[in-house]
Design a protein around this ligand. Structure first.
Ligand code: GLY
Length: 401
């Protein structure tokens, strides 16, 4: 991306845990002054968890900035897959950071997508009972969602009694079952790095943007869905200026939702739980290893955004059965997803019984019922604690290719 694109600074208003999010072209350059401030209060090293897919020039720039700020830099590379996001990797990172003499004022820096951000964030949350973390997301998905709000953690692998059949005898991953809320001290979303993403990664990020559009009116960001529809051709073409503005608008929504409900209070009928729209259905299918967006086995498994896209369609269709939401809500969603190139159906789904069982293993399941987020109208969703079985099955049937 070239210069001259949208640039902004937003704040997550969380009192003493509040922080800035810097969005724009060249934004990473601003990290040096933040690290200098940390150096002035005693920081001597930075533990940088790096996604191996991040372009070298971007890593080099961060390392140079950290060194200029007076910090020794320790790099911990991770090749991110959901099966790497486990306790074994967490343990390795802890062992490495401990061996460097990392102190309580030294920062962890996450340079990568959501998997790196979640793991590095949890290392920061737990090492020495908490050290600062700076999130530098490098994918569209992590810029607009995962890097903001302090959710950190890893997937739990289970087997034996608690194993949900995976079809291939492999261990079942319970997504994000272990973790903590640990707010970053700064988020830097430098949109220049998005040039390095392939089309599939871009589309995956757009799924989370569309998710925000689907809840936008209900959380006071009325214009987001229409803005995205108006600029969809430029968004699909990944026009620099539009993408920078897309990131800022989405981050703005996420920041305001988090500011009102930092820890996803389950007694609230709204708030941060609404950000899980599409995720309970989506998580049920995301870890089924043989599924692919086009039934081409070489594209399996589904990417997170693809699973969320399918999960949103299932939720819309399930909501038609549950609460009679107008079919136009799901129809508009499908049109949007298809224009972006995201799937609205998938071949090879297991039986509904197994899928519902998988949903109940999602961490958003309550003790004796499955909590889902269903749309109630255009741009509005609600938490449903007692979704009847037929609405869940209707959802899965709607995406069965
Ligand atoms: N990704 C949903 C949340 O941060 O709450």
């Amino acid at each position: 991306m070239s210069g001259g694109v949208h640039e902004g600074r937003l704040r997550v208003e969380l009192g003493e845990r509040g922080y800035d999010i810097v969005v724009g072209s060249g934004a990473l350059g601003g990290i040096e002054s933040s690290l200098q401030e940390m150096h002035q209060v005693g920081a001597r090293r930075a533990f940088v968890v790096v996604d191996t897919g991040v372009p070298e020039w971007f890593v080099d720039q961060l390392v140079a900035d950290a060194k200029s700020a007076g910090l020794q830099v320790i790099i911990a590379p991770i090749t991110p897959t959901e099966s790497v996001k486990t306790i074994a990797t967490y343990q390795e990172l802890l062992t490495t950071i401990a061996s460097t003499g990392h102190s309580r004022v030294d920062p962890v820096i996450a340079l990568g997508g959501g998997i790196v951000g979640d793991l590095a964030g949890f290392v920061a949350a737990s090492y020495r009972r908490g050290v600062p973390v700076i999130q530098c997301p490098t994918t569209l998905l992590s810029m607009v969602d995962a890097s903001v709000g302090g959710k950190t953690g890893f997937n739990l692998e289970v087997s034996g009694e608690s194993q949900v059949p995976n079809g291939d005898g492999s261990m079942k991953l319970l997504k994000n079952l272990v973790g903590a809320f640990w707010q970053p001290s700064l988020v830097i979303a430098d949109v220049d790095v998005l040039d390095s993403l392939d089309d599939r990664q871009r589309r995956s990020g757009l799924a989370e943007c569309i998710k925000h559009g689907m809840i936008s009116v209900g959380v006071g960001h009325d214009g987001l869905l229409d803005w995205m529809i108006k600029h969809l051709d430029s968004i699909v073409a990944f026009d620099s200026a539009i993408i920078a503005e897309l990131v800022e608008r989405n981050v703005s929504l996420k920041a305001s939702v988090v500011a009102q409900d930092e820890r996803e209070d389950t007694s609230k009928q709204g708030g941060r739980m609404l950000l899980n729209f599409g995720h309970t259905f989506g998580h049920a299918i995301e870890t089924i290893g043989h599924l692919s967006p086009t039934a081409d086995p070489s594209l399996a498994p589904l990417h997170h955004g693809e699973a969320v896209a399918l999960g949103m369609v299932a939720a819309c269709r399930g909501a038609q059965v549950y609460g009679g939401v107008d079919s136009s809500v799901g129809d508009e969603l499908c049109t949007l997803l298809q224009r972006v190139g995201l799937p609205v159906g998938v071949e090879g789904l297991p039986a509904n019984e197994e899928l519902v069982e998988r949903m109940s293993h999602d961490k958003k399941a309550t003790a004796d019922s499955i909590r889902v987020i269903f749309p109630t109208g255009r741009g509005r969703c609600a938490v449903v604690d007692d979704a009847p079985m037929e609405s869940l099955e209707a959802g899965f049937d709607a995406i069965r290719g």
